[in-house]
Write a protein that binds this ligand. Sequence first.
Ligand SMILES: C[S@@+](CC[C@H](N)C(=O)[O-])C[C@H]1O[C@@H](n2cnc3c(N)ncnc32)[C@H](O)[C@@H]1O
Length: 199
Amino acid sequence: MLDLPYSQACENNKAPILALLKQAFANRSKVLEIGSGTGQHALHFAENLPHLYWQASDQPLYLVPLAERIRRAALPNLPMPLILDIGNNAAPAEPFDGIFTANTLHIMPWPLVKQFFNRLSEFTQTNATLCIYGPFNYNGQFSSASNQVFNASLKSRDTATGIRDIEQVQALALQQGFSLLQDYAMPANNRLLWFTSNR
Ligand SMILES: C[S@@+](CC[C@H](N)C(=O)[O-])C[C@H]1O[C@@H](n2cnc3c(N)ncnc32)[C@H](O)[C@@H]1O
């Protein structure tokens, strides 16, 4: 049997994220998760938010173990994951009223971050909700020493990656009609950004 990848960070952050998604996605019905990774978040959120249809997705490289975790879970509201590389793949046929992504914007090079936001209208119906979890800077400043160390380790592997400025992310979101409703402090110096669309 395939050994499934495991993220301790996901185990640590899934409960605090869920507590906020309960509110942010309370009146949503179909959420697209972009960059699902191991699928631990998808499983936890689908299990604990049964009113939602939770569509996981990721780049082709991640799909086999992600699909296997989801297959084993056999949850009625957690369909098999979609292949979705923001830079390469067409949007799913049906639009979603919620988008979730965790720990992806600092991994995507900046042109892909822009594409992520530019493509939101392809993924969503009107008045959608967008929740983004991860580390962010404020006015170019690290919000903690540990984030600064993390950023240096990202850059040492790939200079195109790095912790993004919340102001720049907010500007990209606004161009697509998504306004920041809440910016929650999360454990381990992360944030949960809750945007709503007025388009
Ligand atoms: C650090 S992992 C985070 C995985 C998971 N969301 C979590 O919080 O544990 C970064 C994720 O971003 C995804 N990602 C990076 N570039 C992407 C792209 N161009 N399109 C879609 N996903 C991308 C990766 O495939 C990976 O799943």
